[in-house]
Structures are given as structure tokens and as C-alpha cells.
Design a protein around this ligand. Structure first.
Ligand SMILES: [Zn+2]
Length: 83
């Protein structure tokens, strides 16, 4: 699922409101990049675990967030297929 601009804005607002927009923990760059696609882990017992991924635009360090925790209500019923 590629994020619409509306969804990207909701995610960026959540990152800010939850304090998850700090400078990179490796290189201290403030160049935070949001990967504009929902990433699914196929390792979870339920088969799908939607995650939101951000990366550092300088060194490439990647951070992952549980989509349903970072942005409650982003996915109806917490399920990707019903988005
Ligand atoms: Zn970095």
C-alpha cells in the first residue's frame, strides 16, 4: 500500500506528536525520510504485521514502527486488507 498525501501527513503528525522525529541516533542528521509505503512483516504469527518505516537521509539508518500503535485508526480494524 502506497501512502496517499493525507496518510503521509497523519503519519508525520504522529511522529512529531510522539517525539519520534529526533535527529538520527547514528549520525545526528535531521534529514528524516518517511518510506511512503506500508511494510508488512511476514514473520508475525498472524502472517502480517504492518509497519511504518523511516530512514535517515544521510547515513541510511532505518527505524520501524508498529503502524497500529504509531497511528491508531490508520488501518480500519488494524488490518491492511480492509484499508
Ligand atoms: Zn543517520
Amino acid at each position: 500500500m502506497i501512502f496517499t498525501q493525507e496518510v503521509k501527513t497523519r503519519i508525520q503528525d504522529a511522529l512529531i506528536s510522539k517525539g519520534a522525529n529526533k535527529p538520527c541516533s547514528v549520525c545526528n542528521s535531521k534529514d528524516l525520510v518517511l518510506v511512503d509505503e506500508l511494510i508488512l512483516s511476514d514473520k508475525s504469527s498472524g502472517g502480517k504485521f504492518p509497519t511504518i518505516v523511516t530512514g535517515c537521509g544521510n547515513c541510511g539508518k532505518i527505524e520501524t514502527f508498529a503502524a497500529n500503535t504509531l497511528v491508531p485508526g490508520l488501518l480500519p480494524n488494524g488490518k491492511v486488507g480492509e484499508y
